[in-house]
Design a protein around this ligand. Structure first.
Ligand SMILES: NC(=O)c1ccc[n+]([C@@H]2O[C@H](COP(=O)([O-])OP(=O)(O)OC[C@H]3O[C@@H](n4cnc5c(N)ncnc54)[C@H](O)[C@@H]3O)[C@@H](O)[C@H]2O)c1
Length: 467
């Protein structure tokens, strides 16, 4: 984004009203000028699906960037010009290195020499399905131990409202840096959609909330220098709530279409036909699609961050819980459809049946299998003593996962006609675009399609049963 200095230091109206009558902290103006000149050095903590594209966008706009990660292997790969994320090619990393402005490191001591620090580390749930902020607090403590007055610290990890002010704030205060005076804290949720070719870090509007007007202004100015549209909100908690609201909206609407799928299926009505027709309404309807269950780092997890925080206010998040129940029942629904079809067509049970599951990634065209419902499908199938193989063009081998360590090391089958013919049924769990669905249907005895992939690719056959 080309911003001149005058534009870059022009304050937001929301900042102007909040800052009125407040004394400007001594270090504020210096940092503001550095951001405007793009001479501010930026540290990005967490070189994952969020932090790496963010680093790229900041580097491309002319800032010096240090990509920090505790995973030394990732650091080495980046510095050697390699990528470990499928949709970010090595040429992108090489171009970042070539600018001379980007390097990766595990030396967090370098934070002392930076001006802006962003935090993009994981925020999972623990085994009791409660927020696990250990990555965020560990990172914040390390940053605080190297921090100095005049730095802007921005949390990007998804979390419950209150995290920035209630958790991060005290960590910095305890190290002698008062938020709003010595150090500036902000929250800006990441809205990355990996694999989506239509939107990139710089074109996805960015929400920003600062702890106090000066933090807000600095964070908004920082993002405005490389993101097209920046939307300031009145506090970090509001910004945290915006992110959760977006993902809760998705989780609840997906649950709704999943419930409708089950109902309409009994009535002989095709949910995908219904949605495709309903979405022709030019207003008041937004399409969501059913599937074999929720997956990914966000939708199955983030809503429960609010559920946990709401308990502090004696509130039960009924919509979220209900959506969670419906979505969590989907893998079993899909397996039941498979059992019914095997029984009806071949008088065969699952015990001993050979099943090929297609797609291990949690969504199409990515190599990310975190929380993938396919693992649950495999677990349910094997519990019924089916013999299960999988095919995924992007995941040749199943890595170690916390919930399903039993599948680690299994490898994808080769997708060829003779292999496909060996199975009693194929089950489409993830609808990658580069799969030959014509060949799949042609060679399979039965295809259970939980994504409507076959119809989408123009394959109409009696062998296909939607689930
Ligand atoms: N992946 C997405 O599409 C997406 C979208 C929006 C928001 N988010 C949110 O962004 C955050 C990060 O998600 P992600 O998908 O990039 O995760 P990720 O697992 O891909 O990357 C996180 C990185 O942080 C590193 N890390 C862990 N602890 C660290 C520490 N103490 N210091 C430095 N690095 C550390 C890990 O080694 C890893 O490389 C999460 O809160 C997630 O909910 C993710």
């Amino acid at each position: 984004m080309s911003t001149n200095l005058a534009d870059a230091v022009r304050p937001d109206p929301i900042y102007e009203s909040a800052a009125a009558g407040k004394a400007e902290p001594a270090c504020y103006r210096h940092l503001q000028t550095k951001i405007a000149r793009k001479s501010a050095t930026v540290a990005v903590c967490g070189m994952g699906y969020v932090g790496l594209p963010l680093s790229r966008a900041i580097t491309e706009q002319g800032f010096p960037v240090i990509g920090l990660d505790i995973d030394g292997e990732k650091v080495d790969k980046l510095n050697a010009g390699h990528s470990y994320i499928r949709h970010i090619p090595p040429t992108t990393i090489q171009a970042m290195l070539k600018t001379g402005r980007f390097r990766a490191s595990s030396d967090f001591g370098q934070i002392a020499n930076t001006d802006v620090v962003t935090v993009c580390v994981p925020t999972p749930l623990n085994r009791y399905r409660e927020p696990d902020l250990s990555y965020v607090t560990a990172t914040a403590k390390v940053i605080a131990s190297h921090a100095r007055p005049g730095q802007l610290i921005i949390l990007e990890s998804t979390t419950y409202p209150g995290t920035t002010v209630e958790i991060l704030g005290p960590i910095f205060s305890e190290s002698g840096l008062t938020p709003g005076q010595d150090i500036f804290l902000a929250f800006s949720p990441e809205r990355e959609d990996p694999g989506n070719p239509d939107y990139h870090t710089t074109t996805i509007p960015k929400i920003v909330g600062g702890q106090g007007p000066f933090a807000l202004e600095l964070a908004a100015a920082f993002y405005r220098s490389f993101i097209k549209t920046v939307i300031p909100v009145s506090s970090p908690s509001t910004a945290e709530a915006v992110k959760l609201t977006e993902n809760i909206f998705r989780a609840v609407n997906i649950a709704l279409v999943n419930e409708l799928k089950v109902i309409y299926s009994k009535m002989g009505i095709d949910i995908w036909e219904v949605i495709n027709a309903a979405k022709t309404k030019p207003f008041g309807f937004m399409p969501f699609y059913p599937g074999p269950g929720l997956g990914g780092h966000c939708i199955p997890i983030d809503p429960f961050y609010l559920t946990w925080k709401a308990r502090e206010f004696d509130i039960t998040t009924r919509f979220i819980e209900l959506a969670g129940q419906i979505n969590a029942a989907m893998p079993q629904y899909v397996i039941t459809r498979l059992i019914d079809e095997l029984d009806r067509r071949f008088r065969k049970g699952l015990n001993g049946a050979r099943i090929l599951v297609l797609g291990l990634a949690y969504k199409k065209n990515v190599d990310d299998m975190r929380e993938s419902p396919t693992l649950k499908l495999m677990e349910l199938l094997e519990a019924r003593r089916a013999r299960v193989d999988y095919f995924d063009p992007y995941i040749p081998e199943i890595p170690q996962t916390r919930e399903h360590p039993e599948f680690a090391g299994r490898t994808s089958i080769a997708f060829d006609p003779s292999a496909l013919a060996q199975y009693d049924a194929a089950l489409i769990s993830t609808d990658h675009d580069n799969v030959d669905y014509h060949m799949l249907v042609d060679r399979s005895r039965l295809v259970i399609d939980a994504r409507n992939a076959c119809e989408r690719f123009g394959v109409m056959s009696e062998k296909v049963a939607k689930a």
